[in-house]
Design a protein around this ligand. Structure first.
Ligand code: ADE
Length: 231
C-alpha cells in the first residue's frame, strides 16, 4: 500500500512512521509513505496558499489553485489513486471503512488547515470525505494519521502474530472484554479467578458477560445492535 499525505506540514506526520508497527511495515515494504506540499504548486509570487473567505466569515480558507495542481499531478501519475479529504463536515470513519480501504493500492490523504478547503477542490477530487469524530482539530493531519493507522493494521502482514486482529472491539457490536497481564496478583488486585483456572469455555462465557457489561456502560446503543444481531 502506498500512502501520500497532501499537507502543508509534513513534519507533523513523519514522526509517526519512525517507530513501532508502521515502521516495521515500511521496512518490510508492505507500506510506503510519501508527502506532497501544496505550497510547492502555488502560483502566487509569495507561495501563498490561503485567503479570506468569499462572502465573509472568520479565518482563512485554502485556495483552490495549489490543491488543484497538486492533486492533478497525483492523478496524472496514478489514475487509480483513492483521494480522501479530512474534515469535520463528513461521514464518521468506522472500522468497516478501515477494512475496506486496506484493499486499495494507493491512498492520498488531503489535510486542510485554517478554516478549511475551498469546496470546489473537494467536489472535483474527493473519492471520500471523512471525519474522525465530533470535535474540531486544528487541521486534518492527525485525522489522516488516525485513518492511515487503522487501515494499515488491516493490511496482510502488518501485524505480527502477537498483535492479532481476530476478536476486537468493532469487529462485532460488542466492545472487547478486559485483558490482564502477569502477575496474577498485583498490589492485592487479582485477575478474575475464571481467567486463571484455564477452562476455556468458561473463560469464553465470562469474557462475553464482561464484554456485554462494558458495552452497556460505555456504548449502550451498541449493546442494542448486539441483541438484535443475536436474535
Ligand atoms: N479536521 C478538523 N477536525 C477534524 C475532524 N474531527 N475529523 C477530520 N478532519 C478534521
Amino acid at each position: 500500500m502506498r500512502f501520500t499525505f497532501v499537507t502543508l506540514f509534513s513534519n507533523l506526520v513523519e514522526g509517526y512512521f519512525q517507530d513501532s508497527i508502521l515502521k516495521r511495515a515500511i521496512d518490510k515494504e508492505l507500506l510506503s509513505v510519501e508527502y506532497l506540499n501544496p505550497r510547492e504548486f502555488s502560483e502566487n509570487k509569495h507561495s501563498k496558499v490561503d485567503d479570506t473567505a468569499v462572502g465573509g466569515g472568520a479565518g482563512m480558507v485554502m485556495n483552490p489553485q495549489p490543491l488543484y495542481d497538486a492533486l492533478g499531478s497525483l492523478k496524472k501519475d496514478d489514475e487509480n489513486i483513492h483521494i480522501i479529504f479530512l474534515t469535520p463536515v463528513a461521514k464518521p470513519f468506522k472500522q468497516n471503512d478501515a477494512k475496506r480501504l486496506a484493499k486499495k493500492e494507493h491512498i492520498a490523504f488531503v489535510s486542510g488547515r485554517y478554516e478549511g478547503i475551498d469546496e470546489r477542490v473537494i467536489e472535483e477530487f474527493a473519492d471520500e470525505v471523512f471525519s474522525i469524530g465530533d470535535y474540531i482539530l486544528t487541521g486534518g493531519e492527525l485525522a489522516s494519521l488516525v485513518i492511515c493507522d487503522a487501515v494499515s493494521r488491516n493490511i496482510d502482514g502488518v501485524l505480527g502474530n502477537s498483535e492479532s486482529l481476530s476478536v476486537e472491539s468493532f469487529e462485532t457490536p460488542l466492545l472487547e472484554a478486559p485483558s490482564f497481564s502477569k502477575p496474577k496478583d498485583y498490589k492485592n488486585n487479582m485477575v478474575p479467578s475464571e481467567y486463571i483456572k484455564g477452562n476455556h469455555s468458561k473463560i469464553r462465557s465470562i469474557k462475553l458477560a464482561l464484554s456485554e457489561c462494558k458495552t452497556k456502560f460505555f456504548r449502550p446503543e451498541q449493546l442494542l445492535k448486539h441483541k438484535i444481531t443475536k436474535r
